[in-house]
Design a protein around this ligand. Sequence first.
Ligand SMILES: NC(=O)C1=CN([C@@H]2O[C@H](COP(=O)(O)OP(=O)(O)OC[C@H]3O[C@@H](n4cnc5c(N)ncnc54)[C@H](OP(=O)(O)O)[C@@H]3O)[C@@H](O)[C@H]2O)C=CC1
Ligand SMILES: O=C(O)[C@@H]1CCC=N1
Length: 270
Amino acid sequence: MTGGWPDHLFLVGCGNMAGQMLARWIACGLDPARVTVLRPSGRAVADGVTVVADYPAALPRGTTILLGMKPYQIAEVARALAPLCTADTPIMSILAGTTLNELRSRFAAATDIVRAMPNLPVGLGQGVVALFTDDRTSPAARSHIDALIAPLGLAEWMADEMLFNRVTALSGCGPAFLFRFVDALARAGEAIGIPADQAARMALATVQGAANMAAGAQVSPAALADQVASPGGMTREGLNILDADDRLLVLLTDTLAAARDRGEAMARGG
Ligand SMILES: NC(=O)C1=CN([C@@H]2O[C@H](COP(=O)(O)OP(=O)(O)OC[C@H]3O[C@@H](n4cnc5c(N)ncnc54)[C@H](OP(=O)(O)O)[C@@H]3O)[C@@H](O)[C@H]2O)C=CC1
Ligand SMILES: O=C(O)[C@@H]1CCC=N1
């Protein structure tokens, strides 16, 4: 490891998610010459990054692996990749619903294996990354992963792997739920008569401004909502709709629970 970066980074898959991570790392100073991406399409990734469509005969010394393909591809990938791994090859997996035990059984030679669950805004350095490992992973490897994750945004180590599908539902899937919310806010604006293009711009800017404000505020988002709502005013009438029978809370709880349950089914091989 040099300057916090791995001597070499080998990415298996570099699509929507791993692509955002790599873009951020390169923007923060990772030398692209230290990166190899395996992707079946062989499509170029970024200037200086080596792209291969098949596995090399060996990995350079000091290689850290990022598993960034789809979870159902783990068996096929491990068959080809595990023989290239040694006890000195840290592996970080972003595969949803793929347990540490499964990773350990498929990469038996590796000692340092970490599950990470990023989300798409890591590309801006404003992501959330949940992390989990066990006692077999060395403190040095944990520090190495901490250094690698730091430029991506908020990092949270989970004490219990049981939490992993739950935090995946919250922060891994969360951007999709918020994108839906922005879209619905815009369409609701349109439904009450605002021109569609203006509603879209104003909905997005409102969410962006409100999120930035909440991030910098000394009080909770719940208290901020009350600051917007003048007694007897318009906002309170709107909040009464969202709050009736905890409608929004129930909707979001059901949403996260469904995503969590899918992760648990995937972990059982579903
Ligand atoms: N999307 C998200 O917001 C998040 C995704 N994840 C996890 O990230 C992983 C990837 O998801 P996402 O980026 O959305 O998916 P994408 O479909 O965008 O990317 C998948 C990547 O895997 C590559 N690939 C396809 N087949 C193989 C194979 N047989 N062997 C190796 N690589 C292969 C693809 O190659 P090519 O580029 O050539 O097509 C592509 O680069 C998943 O495990 C998911 O659980 C985690 C958190 C958030
Ligand atoms: O949908 C998925 O399975 C992955 C996990 C989190 C975001 N995308």
